[in-house]
Design a protein around this ligand. Structure first.
Ligand code: GLU
Length: 351
């Protein structure tokens, strides 16, 4: 649960001031790590038929926005070049390790990660949980391919570099910058299939806004839960997400367990609910040491522990306000430390 600390009125007033671009004489060093997505995508026709994410390289992205050199000394590298629906645990680990290497370099002031928007909310939160230090790590992408009319990628990249290079953005954890908005990776979700106004932080709201390279941060950095050192990890525990619905049976739960899942996230109906058959099956599963987390398929709200489901008795964990994708990332990391549902509940409550 994110408990926002009380802020003295004077501190709040100061924090609402536009922090503006970094001084021209001291341009920050911002490194771009490109992973693909629509921001690097090309379309075959104006209606996006035959469109392919992850077509252009990081060099083309940088060259497409010559104004970047006015606000930062920008360098780049291509980590992978994939549509983000193909994002996976191996790339997550590779990315977290690379970000930690880069951030340990005193010459790097901030990092921008370009990423497809489909799973951006998951990867950015995974890095929030696994990247050390307080330098800005800013995720961005675009909803329109680079070749589209009025492509949104160039401005998103420009604004992201401005935020990543700004010392005022330190300590916020991973951030997501698109459509002139600054979101905390912990809180942000994609909400619309095609609109450029798709990212929302429904529970905690925006961290700030950015107007053509001028960020305004609304308050002090939100508190962050503990981070996880993944430097020695070569794989993450298997966690599957199961979607609840009318007539939900046990078929997919049994299949996930047979496939070796160590944790299950249920995208429950309403307040993390599901059929009696599913509850009974999951209670059996929890007794075997597999961690069961009740989340919700709804876009907003917190799953309340021991409401209609007796979580204490059944040995379940509730996801707080984490929706299934972010809950999966957190559970995977939590499982590297413990499989005790009481301890894992504390982890969910403190992030
Ligand atoms: N499916 C693509 C991806 O996530 C397109 C979405 C986007 O980047 O906007 O990479």
């Amino acid at each position: 649960m994110r408990v926002v600390p009380a802020v003295a009125p004077i501190a709040l007033a100061l924090s609402l001031l536009s922090v503006g671009p970094a001084p021209a004489a001291e341009k920050p060093n911002v490194h771009i790590v490109a992973t693909g997505g629509t921001i690097a995508g090309a379309q075959a026709d104006v209606e996006q038929h035959g469109y392919t994410a992850g077509t252009f390289t990081v060099d083309s992205l940088i060259q497409a926005v010559p104004e970047l050199k006015d606000i930062a000394a920008v360098t780049g590298e291509q980590l992978v070049n994939i549509p983000s629906q193909d994002m996976n645990d191996d790339v997550w680990l590779k990315l977290a390790k690379r970000l930690n290497e880069l951030l340990a370099d005193p010459k790097v002031d901030g990092i921008v990660v370009t990423h497809g928007t489909d799973t951006l909310e998951e990867t950015s939160y995974f890095t929030q949980l696994t990247v050390a230090g307080d330098k800005p790590v800013v995720f961005t992408g675009s909803m329109r391919p680079a070749t589209a009319i009025s492509a949104d990628g160039p401005m998103n990249l420009y604004n992201s570099v401005a935020v990543a290079g700004n010392p005022a953005a330190r300590g916020y954890g991973s951030l997501v910058v698109l459509n002139d908005e600054i979101h905390a990776a912990r809180d942000v979700y994609k909400t619309h299939t095609t609109s450029v106004d798709t990212f929302r932080s429904p529970e905690h709201g925006l961290v700030g806004r950015v107007d053509t390279g001028h960020p305004t941060l609304f308050g002090p950095p939100p508190p962050r839960g503990a981070t996880y050192d993944v430097g020695a990890l070569t794989a993450l525990p298997q966690v599957e997400i199961i979607y609840a619905h009318s007539n939900m049976g046990r078929t997919l739960i049994d299949a996930a367990i047979a496939a070796g899942a160590k944790g299950l996230i249920v995208a429950g109906v309403g307040n993390g609910n599901m059929t009696k058959v599913a509850i009974d099956t999951l209670a059996e599963v929890a007794k075997t040491g597999v961690v069961v987390v009740r989340s919700t398929k709804l876009a907003e709200g917190t799953v309340v522990r021991n409401a209609e489901v007796d979580d204490d008795k059944l040995g379940f964990v509730v996801s707080d306000d984490f929706k299934p994708g972010k809950a999966r990332a957190l559970l995977q990391l939590a499982l590297t430390r413990t499989s005790d549902p009481v301890e894992i509940q504390k982890i969910f409550d403190s992030h």
